[in-house]
Design a protein around this ligand. Structure first.
Ligand SMILES: NC(=O)C1=CN([C@@H]2O[C@H](COP(=O)(O)OP(=O)(O)OC[C@H]3O[C@@H](n4cnc5c(N)ncnc54)[C@H](OP(=O)(O)O)[C@@H]3O)[C@@H](O)[C@H]2O)C=CC1
Ligand SMILES: O=C1O[C@H](COP(=O)(O)O)[C@@H](O)[C@H](O)[C@H]1O
Length: 491
């Protein structure tokens, strides 16, 4: 792994698109501002739009001014950006791109290092990877790495085909499959909370934990991504990747070392131990919903079927809640509940670990229970940890009340949490693939998700609706109620 200020030309395929503008340009800017990248870098934007370098640079400037309050030195920064328009399906254009990269390599002294970032629809991934190889763009004195956005395929067979195409051009250790949740500070903190605290690890099993809840709710609707989302839905968009990755980190055994391979191999074991959902159980274990119109504050919101590029009879789910079971010694009998949805009441990603009830109630009236201890890992928008304990109530001698021990990372002085994309791009430049998903994880995640979407396709589970601005369909509440639990509040 190379260390400080890695040198590289970064080629962004899809440089006129939404991801590049909202996430990638600001991330590169922050890396430069924070001295993680020095002078030795160049960015080449590729897309079909016939922009000039100046138009491209002005778009980059715009993106940074929109997302970063105090931006400076933008002319110097954008002078490292170059634009090369072409259709990625046209093989002959790759030779010209290679000439440009060689030239920039000399100008910016990037030692032949190249990152090819595919910020485009997945249907182009295989073609681009193969053309890069065929036209010699990966044969330099330095290293070449391929960064691939999600979704990685549409199901297991399409992911396998895609993987094969990419592997014909790049080795596994050159492929960086991005799951931006793995770049989030508090997702990375799951491992540290678990493995650096004597307090938690002994309790982290089915003897002391009753259930774990992983929530990722959004206030936003589908926005202008209707065309993509109609084919994806929440199951493929969020569950197959981000949600299963968080479950794997929560459930994995301690790795013997903190290396990429050891951590991956523990995550893979969890994904292999997930109990597959059978057709006859799908409506018991998975709830799917679609947002209807509703209100959030004063704002009236339209339903999913009224959004742009969405069919008015659409059966696409914008919400999924699931009960996952992990068949191994540590987790037998502990449900992992997940839920994710668009147009919900709050933007919130958090994990709640609920500990088992104490054996006897000394403090509450008959029929009541002592509130359970909870460990809450706040991922976003707040970042931090809350431990809910019980302590004496001031006024009534016999009673206890829940109290919170709060660690809010957002308020810790000196902590400047970099954005997920910034961290992951930097990791890739340094050759650290720990927080990227390995093919085995992708394949196992599809193997888990495919039977669920197949059962839905066969009509084996109802698509329910929930009002925009709510906490999701009642059916998801009932799923937990049947187990004697409840969702802990959003937000
Ligand atoms: N946007 C987001 O928040 C997220 C996106 N992703 C993933 O990132 C990828 C990109 O998404 P997003 O930026 O939203 O998509 P956009 O549709 O906004 O951008 C697509 C880009 O591809 C270019 N393009 C399309 N066809 C061609 C072609 N034949 N040759 C060259 N360029 C082409 C377009 O430019 P032009 O029209 O000028 O050719 C444009 O720059 C997708 O895989 C998506 O799933 C993942 C997580 C979040
Ligand atoms: O990958 C995706 O994630 C976003 C949610 O990301 P977050 O970091 O804001 O939680 C989601 O909106 C999008 O649909 C999905 O493709």
């Amino acid at each position: 792994m190379t260390q400080e200020q890695p040198k590289s030309v970064i080629v962004i395929f899809g440089a006129t698109g939404d991801l590049a503008k909202r996430k990638l340009f600001p991330s590169i800017y922050r890396l430069v501002q924070n001295n993680k990248i020095g002078e030795n870098f160049a960015v080449v934007g590729v897309a079909r739009r016939p922009w000039t370098n100046e138009e491209f640079r002005s778009n980059v400037t715009d993106s940074i001014q929109t997302s970063i309050k105090e931006s400076k030195d933008l002319d110097e920064f954008t002078s490292h950006f170059h634009y090369h328009p072409f259709d990625v399906t046209n093989p002959s254009s790759y030779l010209e791109l290679n000439d440009l990269l060689n030239k920039l390599d000399g100008t910016y002294q990037t030692e032949g290092n190249r990152i090819f970032y595919l910020a485009m629809a997945p249907e182009f991934f295989g073609t681009i990877a193969q053309n890069l190889k065929k036209e010699g763009l990966t044969a330099t004195d330095g290293w070449s790495r391929l960064v691939i956005e999600k979704p990685f395929g549409h199901d297991l067979p399409s992911a396998q085909k895609l993987n094969q195409e990419i592997r014909e051009a790049f080795n596994e250790d050159q492929i960086y499959r991005i799951d931006h949740y793995l770049g989030k500070e508090m997702v990375q903190n799951i491992e540290v909370i678990r493995f650096a605290n004597a307090l938690f690890e002994p309790l982290w099993n089915n003897r002391y934990i009753s259930n774990i809840q992983v929530t990722s709710s959004e206030v936003l609707g589908v926005e202008d991504r209707g065309r993509y989302y109609e084919k994806s839905g929440a199951l493929r968009d969020m569950v197959q990747n981000h949600m299963l990755q968080m479950v794997a980190l929560l459930a994995m055994e301690p790795p013997i070392k903190l290396t990429t391979d050891e951590i991956r191999s523990e995550k893979v074991k969890v994904l292999r131990a997930l109990r597959s959902v059978k057709d006859e159980d799908v409506s018991k274990y998975f709830i799917r919903g679609q947002y209807a119109g509703g209100k959030l504050g004063d704002k009236q919101l339209i339903g999913y079927r009224e959004e742009n590029n969405v069919e008015d009879t659409s059966q696409t789910e914008t919400y999924v809640a699931g009960k996952l079971l992990i068949d191994n010694f540590r987790w037998a009998g502990v449900p992992f509940y997940i839920r994710t949805g668009k147009r919900m009441a709050a933007k919130s990603t958090k994990i709640v670990v609920q500990f088992k009830d104490i054996p006897m109630n000394l403090y509450y009236n008959k029929g009541e229970t002592v509130p359970p201890n909870l460990l809450v890992i706040h991922i976003q928008p707040e970042e931090g940890i809350t431990l809910q304990l019980n302590a004496k109530k001031d006024d009534e001698a016999d009673y206890s009340k829940p109290v919170n021990l709060d660690l809010s990372n957002n308020f810790l002085e000196g902590i400047n949490t970099p954005e997920a994309y910034e961290k992951l791009l930097y990791d890739c430049m340094r050759g650290d693939a720990t927080n990227f998903t390995h093919w085995d994880e992708v394949a196992l995640s599809w193997s888990y998700v495919d039977p669920i979407s197949d059962a839905w396709k066969k009509g084996l589970a109802e698509l329910t609706t929930y009002p925009s601005g709510s906490s999701g369909p009642d059916e998801a509440d009932n799923m937990l109620k049947q187990d004697g639990f409840q969702w802990w509040p959003l937000g």
